[in-house]
Design a protein around this ligand. Structure first.
Ligand SMILES: [Fe+2]
Length: 239
């Protein structure tokens, strides 16, 4: 098994990610070439603003699976969502309206860039109280979380898991963030890496540079823990 991308916007026409089927196929091709063999598709779900039914997502999944097969890509696709947190989320989760990560009890959840550490901590805990394990999407994108190691430790101790974007690992959004993520790795405060890919040009599903960087800095075993073993362990991925 190759790498697993647990966060991307490859389903066409449902959010600000892939605009059509051709782009989705192009994205999957880029992913495959960068060593990814398993992809959890995580379209945005923003209560009251951007909502699609589970049925719609499953239909899109089947279409993409067919094209993956027709194109001969060695890639397996699974479904999840990236849930933008709001108070409405709790009721949606309780009523089973939100797709979890590959039908596990894990929910990928994002916040707004300026949300406070206290707000993020409290909201993640609310999700935990609904019986789900939250996966905090791209922790490096929240101003309040940069170098907030104590807050992140508290979040993990309360049962949540942490994801960062592959492009941030290799410094695409700056040296300060790159160093912050390196420290998360050093302190064992990171669980997953996703590409958070949106297209075939700017935000592509390329995992190779990130994987090579982790291998160089921390070794093959740790690279595989983040990119293969943890997704398999937490998200019921069987091959
Ligand atoms: Fe995303």
């Amino acid at each position: 098994m190759g790498y697993c991308d647990i966060h991307c916007h490859i389903i066409p026409g449902v959010d600000d990610g892939s605009k059509d089927l051709a782009e989705s196929i192009g994205m999957i091709e880029i992913a495959a070439k960068s060593g990814i063999t398993d992809i959890i598709l995580t379209p945005h779900y923003k209560p009251g603003r951007l909502e699609h039914s589970k049925e719609r997502f499953f239909k899109e999944l089947e279409t993409l699976k067919k094209h993956v097969k027709d194109n001969g890509f060695d890639v397996n696709l699974y479904l999840g969502t990236e849930l933008m947190f709001s108070e409405d989320c709790i009721e949606l989760l309780e009523n089973d309206k939100i797709l979890s990560m590959n039908d596990s009890k894990h929910i990928l959840v994002e916040f707004r860039p300026m949300d406070s550490a206290k707000y993020i901590k409290d909201c993640l805990y609310k999700i935990t109280c609904c019986g789900y394990t939250p996966v905090l999407a791209h922790v490096e994108r929240y101003v309040s979380m940069i170098e907030a190691y104590d807050d992140i430790e508290e979040i993990i101790n309360r049962g949540a898991l942490i994801q960062v974007n592959a492009s941030s690992v290799i410094g695409k959004i700056g040296g300060k963030v790159k160093k912050f993520i390196k420290m998360l790795m050093k302190y064992d405060m990171l669980h997953f890496i996703g590409t958070d890919a949106h297209d075939i040009k700017e935000r592509t599903p390329d995992m190779k540079k990130c994987a090579d960087y982790i291998e160089k800095k921390f070794g093959k075993e740790y690279r595989d823990e983040l990119l293969i073993n943890n997704p398999v362990k937490y998200f019921n991925i069987t091959r």
